[in-house]
Ligand binder design. Structure first.
Ligand code: ADP
Ligand code: MG
Length: 229
């Protein structure tokens, strides 16, 4: 891809303390995310996928290395600017869906939109549109515990789309789903990627996810394995 990257990480490292030792979760990773990308981060458990997603998604900061967002060094962003970026430009999808159990599907989807002034009518209309876009028209008033795993992940994807993100980060989005449901969720993410141009960064150890990715970065012990992009 020859476009300017949305995100560009160079030499990203991250250690975590573990007792008196330090775990080298990332050991100097270079990664670019382009507009409209569909990038898979592959690797066994413990290889650093979640750590990398957290850095790229501005949920955490690297110990060393630089991360640029549309050319700007993210180290210059204040905590508020980082939070605004996450809210306005990114969407997040997790393995365990992370829905709020006491809210309906539509309320879960509308939740990230509450921080911006909008009428209840507009909020409801947009939540309804997004639920329809993920195949859940008619489920607006249902609470998560009455939805299947696949339906819950669809609600989470609709919520991730709420503020028109440029990138959705999905950390093992199919790991809690059976294989047939996982396929339909991947179909949906690919469709949203094509139709809306939203970039996806997915972490996975599921070969079916890797097969569908436009680009793959393979991590092993916190470093990129050569040859797999
Ligand atoms: P993956 O998502 O590929 O399973 P992670 O990024 O979660 O990998 O973890 C990379 C390494 O960092 C692992 O050795 C893990 O045990 C360690 N690690 C991750 N998060 C923490 C944490 N909060 N505290 C201590 N160690 C951590
Ligand atoms: Mg992980």
């Amino acid at each position: 891809m020859n476009a300017t990257p949305l995100l560009s990480g160079r030499g990203l490292t991250k250690d975590y303390p573990m007792g008196a030792e330090r775990v080298h979760a990332l050991r100097g990773v270079d990664v670019d995310v382009y507009p409209g990308d569909f990038l898979a981060l592959r690797g066994p458990s413990g290889s650093g996928k979640t750590t990398l997603i957290n850095l790229l998604g501005l949920l955490d900061v690297p110990d060393h290395g630089t991360l640029r967002l549309a050319g700007r060094d993210t180290a210059t962003l204040s905590e508020n600017e980082r939070a605004d970026t996450r809210r306005d430009r990114f969407g997040f999808v997790f393995q365990s869906f992370n829905l709020i159990p006491v809210l309906t599907a539509a309320e879960n989807v509308a939740y990230p939109m509450l921080l911006k002034p909008q009428t209840p009518h507009d909020l409801q209309a947009r939540a309804g549109e997004l639920l329809a876009a993920v195949g859940l028209a008619g489920k607006e008033h249902v609470r998560p515990d009455l939805l299947s795993g696949g339906q819950r992940q669809r609600v989470a994807i609709a919520r991730a789309l709420a503020n028109h993100p440029v990138i959705i980060f999905a950390d093992e989005p199919t790991a809690s789903l059976d294989s047939r449901t996982a396929d339909t969720i991947l179909d949906l993410m690919q469709q949203l990627n094509k139709e809306r141009g939203v970039a996806f960064v997915l972490s996975t150890h599921d070969p079916r996810v890797v097969e569908r990715a436009a680009r793959v970065i393979a991590l092993h012990d916190g470093a990129i394995e050569p040859g797999a992009t």
